[in-house]
Design a protein around this ligand. Structure first.
Ligand code: F6R
Length: 237
């Protein structure tokens, strides 16, 4: 594991964007696994800036997002599709047909999950997976559990996650969707490279447990200790 300490959020974002742009420059047809949430927004902004300057293109890349809420229409401003459009896709040259998220509105969610895993396999797996970490150690929406969930699956979001994401839903955890579809641990762990970004004092304890504590499904991010090419960029501020 490579741990990179950044001096602040901007520096963390720039360092993360450097890893992502290097990936796409070195392999134009890269498959990028992408995350939503507050943490990666600065990295997306930096990539947009470099793209506008002509330094990086996503025209031949494909993306697969980690997760999507269930029962939230994709047009809802808090859907992860809306998030990705607003914070990244609308501002770069990715071909829309190459930008994938699970469909949280799928009526037959089991078939949707299977299709999502099959799609990632068809793309040849993920070259670089970008991750944030939840306050309870989740990655994607792989919540603490008795065992690791390997495949894309529907998950009931934990109280901790709904609490943490309430800020996007009028500060009421009850407004946060109860379920989501999430990529499982298999495609995450099979990614050739993983880039985990985290910032703030409030992430320090969970990050420390994830990287230095026992590997346990009670803290899904702890499995990352077993990944051969993990870079963590952390900023305390
Ligand atoms: C989002 C995702 C989540 C977030 C995590 C941290 O696609 O997969 O695991 O990365 O909840 O979220 P923030 O960055 O908002 O603290």
């Amino acid at each position: 594991m490579k741990l990179v300490l950044a001096k602040d959020y901007r520096d963390m974002s720039r360092k993360a964007a450097n890893v992502i742009s290097a990936q796409v420059i070195l392999k134009e047809t890269s498959v990028l696994g992408l995350a939503t949430g507050s943490t990666p927004i600065g990295a997306y902004q930096q990539l947009i800036e470099w793209h506008k300057k002509g330094d990086v293109s996503f025209a031949s890349a494909s993306t697969v997002n980690l997760d999507e809420y269930c029962s939230l229409p994709s047009s809802h401003e808090q859907s992860y599709l809306s998030f990705m459009n607003a914070n990244f896709f609308d501002h770069i040259d990715i071909r829309r047909e190459n930008a994938h998220l699970p469909n949280g509105m799928a009526r037959h969610y089991e078939a949707e999950c299977e299709a999502y895993d099959a799609l990632i396999s068809r793309l040849g797996g993920i070259d670089l997976q970008l991750l944030g970490i939840g306050p309870n150690g989740h990655i994607g929406f792989n919540e603490p559990d008795e065992h690791f969930m390997m495949k894309t699956h529907r998950v009931r979001l934990s109280d901790a996650t709904r609490q943490a994401n309430a800020r996007f839903f009028g500060n009421d955890p009850n407004n946060v969707p109860e379920f989501a579809l999430t990529m499982g641990m298999l495609h995450i762990m099979q990614a050739k490279k993983i880039l985990l970004v985290a910032n703030g004092q409030q992430k320090l304890a969970v990050l420390d447990r994830a990287l230095n504590g026992p590997v346990t499904p009670r803290l899904p991010a702890s499995l990352l200790q077993l990944h051969p090419d993990l870079t963590v960029v952390f900023s305390e501020k």
